[in-house]
Design a protein around this ligand. Structure first.
Ligand code: C2E
Ligand code: MG
Ligand code: MG
Ligand code: MG
Length: 278
């Protein structure tokens, strides 16, 4: 009898696994065609100087609008792109598109913004990656110092020596480096000394504890950053009290729904770049 019910449970479970596996396989196939089909877009989330509240930069976030399923979260399709290797092609497209859009805004009279782009491990291991970055910069006219590549701790820890060599090569071009989701990975603090980075992005999970909790960790990150000459971005700022706390603590840059959600380029341009005449 036990065997019987075990088999029944298995029978109920298998079709679900199959459905998930099938969706994944279908998404991978469709993602392969999504670039050519015009289903991908880069959205931009504004970043502000914490003290002056001036717009200083944007983070590029990839969006996929599936013809039947509608918008699909990067949390679902980025892992598929990473495992299938498609991220190399997608990442190159994001870089090229985002550099062109941000440089275009400046040519149209907008402010000089920094552009942060998220990187996957697979992209960095691709031979010719730095050449792709340089091509995106040269093609758009964006100065190298205005591009910042966001790397995660887990990506860096996969191969520390390789990561350091890669980072040195990137920095030699003038492009900047940031550690994303800082504090959530498994990197050792000792590596902050070794990694030639410019910026730490404090993970949203800490920022969202503010102002009642989370202060100790964020104070510590700010002190570390100051010691190593790095700037700090707080991500996921949703409440005015969090912004106020970060300002008093001396955080450099803030990003979050309170100040602006990721937006389509035309919405970003309309909200932040149009000169309003009285
Ligand atoms: P991330 O790089 O840490 O990006 C921040 C994520 O937090 C974004 O989610 C953003 O929409 C969201 N966010 C920003 N402010 C707030 C806030 O105030 N509250 C809350 N709850 N969320 C906020 P998104 O766009 O869904 O992206 C998720 C992740 O997907 C990114 O995390 C990044 O790791 C990855 N990703 C997105 N675009 C790319 C890409 O072009 N290449 C690669 N390799 N990864 C990407
Ligand atoms: Mg990021
Ligand atoms: Mg992040
Ligand atoms: Mg992330």
């Amino acid at each position: 009898h036990a065997k019987q019910s075990g088999r029944n449970r298995l029978a109920e479970f298998v079709p679900e696994m199959t459905a998930a596996t099938q969706r994944r396989a279908a998404l991978e196939r469709e993602l392969r065609r999504a670039i050519g089909a015009g289903q991908l877009a880069v959205h931009y989330q504004p970043q502000f100087d914490c003290a002056s509240e001036a717009l200083v930069g944007v983070e590029a976030l990839l969006r996929w609008r599936h013809p039947e399923h509608g918008p699909i979260s990067p949390a679902e399709f980025i892992p598929i792109a990473e495992e299938s290797g498609l991220i190399v092609q997608l990442g190159a497209w994001v870089l090229q598109r985002a550099c062109a859009e941000v440089a275009g805004w400046e040519r149209a009279g907008g402010p000089a913004l920094t552009l942060a782009v998220n990187m996957s491990a697979r992209q960095l291991r691709e031979p010719g990656f730095i050449e792709d970055v340089m091509r995106a910069l040269a093609g758009s006219g964006l100065p190298p110092g205005r591009l910042e590549l966001e790397l995660t701790e887990s990506l860096l820890m996969e191969d520390v020596e390789g990561a350091v060599a890669f980072m040195q090569a990137v920095r030699a071009t003038g492009v900047r480096l940031a550690i994303d989701d800082f504090g959530t990975g498994y990197s050792s603090l000792a590596y902050l000394q070794t990694f030639p980075i410019n910026q730490l992005k404090v993970d949203r999970s800490f920022v969202q504890l503010l102002p009642e909790r989370g202060e100790t960790i964020i104070h510590a990150v700010l002190a570390l950053a100051r010691g190593f000459g790095l700037t700090v971005v707080a991500e996921g700022v949703e409440e005015p009290a969090q912004l106020e706390w970060l300002r008093r603590a001396g955080c450099d840059v803030v990003q979050g729904y309170l100040l602006g959600k990721p937006m389509a380029p035309e919405d970003f341009a309309e909200r932040f770049l149009t000169v309003r005449t009285p």
